[in-house]
Design a protein. Structure first.
Length: 274
């Protein structure tokens, strides 16, 4: 799935379930309310699933969901109806700007602060960032930048759950932004932006950020921007040198050489998608 696919889905499919971390209920509540089959039937009834797609049972999606009602039970409020969703559009937002020319992915539902501008706190790895958070070096208003964790740089886009969890634990979830060319899990909360592309390992703008640079994350205008002049960025780009890869041999070395940008799905054979 490409970044543009994310944006298409977000606009067509509302948030139907009131689930943690930004909602009220957990997975067991969701299961008891009808779970994945109920949501799938709702999507199918709106023409948002391919009913003729074959499932692992040997039945099509439409056959598998034949006995599931098109609307959720009235005695629960975990799964909402299409005319009463949690949010009118999906939870993923695609941000673009001079810091993410190909785009970046943000989770937008449930966040209290939809715009933030602050000084960059730059870290070259997840571990380096985590140490700084635990040592209380990050304060309200900071924009944490974790780079060289993208498809090539990681390699493999490691999950940044540890730093985001530490930010929440420090009570900074609503006052600190975090951007990375790595990825997040569904358990993250707050103004966090992942999949920044192009990534740092190939010289994307995230590689040019310096400590203290003012950065803006604006979910209302789908903007991810470093507030530095084009001339300054051009000078930094001319001076930038790629880092030595973490792996040069074996499976990870091969992957790092072949993998594409996250905006194209981080696949290793783009010819299949042309």
């Amino acid at each position: 799935m490409t970044i543009d696919d994310f944006e298409t889905i977000r606009r067509r499919v509302p948030v139907l379930c009131d689930l943690k971390p930004s909602g009220h209920y957990v997975a067991t509540d969701f299961h008891q309310a009808g779970g994945v089959p109920q949501v799938m039937k709702m999507l199918l009834s709106k023409g948002l699933l391919h009913g003729d797609a074959l499932t692992i049972t040997g039945q099509t999606v439409e056959e598998l969901l034949a006995d599931i009602p098109e609307t959720p039970r009235a005695d629960q409020d975990v799964i909402r109806t299409f005319d009463n969703p949690m949010y009118p559009q999906g939870h993923l937002g695609i941000l673009k700007g001079n810091l993410a020319a190909e785009g970046a992915v943000a989770k937008l539902t449930g966040i209290k602060k939809r715009q933030i501008t602050g000084p960059a706190r730059v870290f070259e790895s997840e571990e380096e960032c985590l140490r700084a958070i635990l040592d209380k070096q990050i304060v309200a208003g900071d924009i944490v930048v974790v780079r060289y964790e993208g498809p090539k740089g990681g390699p493999g886009m490691r999950e940044m759950l540890a730093p985001t969890s530490a930010i929440i634990g420090a009570g900074l979830g609503d006052s600190v932004g975090l951007i990375t060319d790595g990825r997040f899990s569904g358990g993250t909360y707050g103004m966090v932006v992942g999949h920044v592309a192009p990534e740092a390992a190939v010289g994307g703008a995230i590689a040019l950020v310096q400590e203290g640079d003012p950065i803006t994350i604006d979910a209302d205008h789908n903007l991810l921007q470093i507030n530095v002049s084009d001339e300054e960025l051009a000078q930094r780009r001319a001076a930038w040198q790629p880092r030595k890869p973490n792996y040069t041999r074996g499976v990870l070395g091969k992957y790092a050489k072949l993998v594409s940008t996250s905006s194209r799905g981080a696949v290793t054979d783009l010819d299949l998608f042309e």
